[in-house]
Design a protein around this ligand. Structure first.
Ligand code: S3P
Length: 448
């Protein structure tokens, strides 16, 4: 959680949103690109790296373990790799700020180095579950101590010779999968992760780009992802695709704000991240996906959204891993749709930067939108584009960047302005959010 003075931001019912944006670099891929470049032999050049607080923390952690990283202002980055087992022991505790991805992935990396590292984070990160990552890493021979509540600080003594394991994910989490695969890099033999619901596969894709052998076999309804340990990772020049999770805000903003048309260029459209776009199309969104290319082993496209008459839909639980970070913004689209949108399988939402399920429900109620939570399902009742949400709420963001951006986006389409209690955390994933949206025509006031 931010230790800074809160910066409230107010979103006013807006002019149409019009224009073209470039999506900021993908957060998940940026973390992985930095980590794999650090573990490779030679000098990697990364373009399009997300310039945001979460990535600054990963870069700083790797530097504290002996990696030289030069970050340019516009997402260019040069990493002098130290090789697969070349990280050295940091002299201090490593603070990862708000970044759960940095925490889980770096735990995996450190677990297969014979060094001792203690990770901590801000109040939000310290409260998030880390035992789910510690469990497989201990099976691989690392000694991992979490705080008593299963969270941070976490201390790791990495295994001298990590044991290759086969691990069935207890929850569909790309972060746990990635931690195990990254730890498996130094293990002699095959490390296998089994998933029943597919999660984002950026680690697998980038491991291949850097020269590792990763095979994926479908066995019944499961996917067995196997990494051959001790590969020769070689430095690469990579371009990070734009982040669909960030592009979601201007695109949904255009769908729900009158007379709007917005194009976001260079957006990653990996199907394991594209659940939101599928939902929006099912809701009747005028959303087009053009000019598909490849970067970092990932499909990238330009997306255009126009003001649309949306209708409520039912979102199955199996879709959750492909849009886990997009439920806050989907809920805003649902608030502007005709009829109820029912979203199933949202248990993991309670464990994100905030309890996102609670934050969405409380915020929407503040804005006059009816919601219902039954176990892990959320219903949002929209009154349709002719009866836009009242707005006027003051939103408790719980210092969660995606909650802040989602409600600021709703504020552009609602009858009355919406104020978020703190916009400072937006810098963890999309520091250019207020600027980009303002260029499109959004009216925001306050600092942020
Ligand atoms: C991420 C995976 C997701 C997501 C997070 C980023 C990643 O978390 O919510 O923002 O980069 O692997 P889980 O793997 O815990 O679902």
């Amino acid at each position: 959680m931010s230790n800074l003075v809160p910066s409230p931001i107010q979103a006013e019912p807006s002019h149409p949103l019009q224009g073209i944006l470039c999506a900021p670099g993908d957060k998940s891929i940026s973390h992985r690109a930095l980590i794999l470049a650090a573990l490779s032999a030679g000098c990697s050049n990364i373009q399009g790296l997300l310039t945001a607080d979460d990535l600054t923390h990963t870069a700083s952690a790797l530097r504290q373990c002996g990696v030289s990283i030069t970050l340019g202002a516009t997402g260019t980055c040069v990493v002098e790799g130290v090789g697969l087992s070349g990280l050295c022991e940091p002299s201090n505790i490593i603070d990862l700020g708000n970044s759960g991805t940095a925490a889980r992935l770096l735990m995996g990396v450190v677990a297969s180095h014979s060094i001792h590292v203690t990770f901590t984070g801000d109040e939000s990160l310290r409260g998030r579950p880390m035992a789910r990552v510690a469990a497989p890493l201990m099976q691989m021979g690392a000694s991992v101590t979490t705080a008593r509540h299963g969270g941070m600080p976490v201390s790791i003594d990495g295994a001298i010779t990590p044991i290759p394991i086969t691990y069935r994910l207890p929850v569909p989490s790309a972060q746990i999968k990635s931690a195990v695969l990254l730890a498996g890099l130094n293990a002699p033999g095959k490390t296998t992760v089994i998933e029943t619901l597919s999660t984002r596969d950026h680690t697998e894709n980038l491991l291949r780009v850097f020269g590792a052998e990763v095979s994926i076999e479908a066995i019944g309804s499961e996917s067995h992802i196997a990494l051959v340990g001790q590969p020769e990772l070689r430095a690469q020049d990579v371009i990070v695709p734009g982040d669909p999770s960030s592009a979601a805000f201007p695109l949904v903003g255009a769908l729900i704000t009158r007379d709007s048309k917005v194009t976001v260029q260079g957006v990653g459209v990996n199907e394991r991240r594209a659940g939101l776009f599928q939902c929006l199309l099912e809701m009747g969104a005028e959303l087009t996906i053009d000019s598909v290319e490849t970067a970092c082993g990932e499909p990238v496209a330009n997306l255009t959204a126009r003001t649309s008459s949306l209708k409520g839909i039912e979102v199955p639980a199996e879709r959750a891993p492909s849009m886990i970070d997009e439920y806050p913004i989907l809920a805003m689209a649902a608030a502007c749709a005709h009829g109820a949108t029912v979203m199933h399988g949202l248990g993991e939402l309670r464990l994100k930067e905030s309890d996102r399920l609670a934050a969405i429900v409380e915020g929407l109620r503040e804005c006059g939108v009816e919601t219902l939570v039954e176990e892990d399902s959320l219903t949002v009742v929209g009154a349709g584009p002719d009866n836009i949400p009242e707005g006027g709420g003051r939103i408790v963001t719980q210092h969660d960047h995606r909650i802040a951006m989602a409600f600021l986006t709703l504020g552009l389409a609602a009858k009355k302005a919406i104020i978020v209690d703190d916009g400072s955390m937006i810098a963890s994933s999309y520091p250019g959010f207020v600027g980009d949206m303002s260029v499109l025509g959004a009216s925001f006031s306050g600092s942020g």
